[in-house]
Design a protein around this ligand. Structure first.
Ligand code: ZN
Length: 225
């Protein structure tokens, strides 16, 4: 059981108190506040950020997953594993998570953008459905993750034969997810710097963290919840 959540703002202040302090310094505005979430307008970065104040649950995480039309098989095969993996990682990495989108094609851009109320022109250029060379990305503006399943399939076909395909696909999917989650988690400006030094955000460190998170989960995974 990971208990670091309660230590997020060591040594003294809670997350909500830090957000109040930031508001008092006019660094952000609180737009909405409930027992579970604070929505802020981070005007310097021109972003609305929702901070989830509770430790993540399966239900909360399941509500974050968005499978585009045509990805039903992936949902059937991997949804429970993905939720189990996300429950196993440092929960501080999930505080600002909005959505994780699983997409395969250009047509999905419209639905994804509608969900976060973005203009389709804002969809990250790195996710390219012609090249399919980027497996996933952290969509900073909307605190979301986009996973391109077509790109993962293509990458796996290049390295694995039929017998290895399922195993390698799972590794590709899960490590893309943990890698991008790490980028998201470390973008939270309220993380205690003593626990999350800036070098943790370097690409190599992010990649290493993602692999380790997957391997630790895999070693303990006992089957569907
Ligand atoms: Zn990266």
């Amino acid at each position: 059981m990971n208990t670091r959540y309660s230590h997020i703002n060591r040594p003294t202040t809670s997350l909500i108190d830090q957000i109040y302090d930031s508001e008092a310094r006019e660094e952000l505005a609180i737009l909405d506040l409930s027992n579970t979430d604070v929505i802020t307008d981070d005007f310097e970065q021109d972003r609305h950020i929702t901070y989830h104040l509770k430790a993540p649950t399966y239900k909360w995480l399941a509500d974050r997953l968005c499978f585009a039309p045509g990805t039903e098989q992936c949902k059937t095969d991997y949804e429970q594993k993905i939720l189990s993996l996300l429950m196993s990682i440092d929960p501080n990495m999930l505080i600002t998570l909005q959505y994780i989108f699983f997409v395969t094609k250009e047509d999905d851009v419209y639905d994804v953008c509608q969900k976060v109320e973005a203009d389709p022109s804002e969809f990250p250029e790195t996710i390219d459905f012609d090249e399919n060379d980027q497996l996933g990305c952290f969509w900073y503006q909307y605190s979301s993750i986009i996973i391109n399943l077509t790109a993962i399939e293509q990458a796996v076909h290049e390295i694995a034969d039929e017998t290895e395909y399922q195993k390698e696909f799972e590794i590709g999917l899960m490590t893309t997810l943990t890698h991008e989650i790490r980028h998201l988690g470390l973008s939270n400006m309220f993380l205690y710097i003593g626990d999350y030094p800036p070098e943790e955000a370097e690409e190599e460190a992010v990649e290493r963290w993602g692999l380790t998170a997957y391997e630790n989960w895999k070693a303990n995974y006992k089957g569907d919840k």
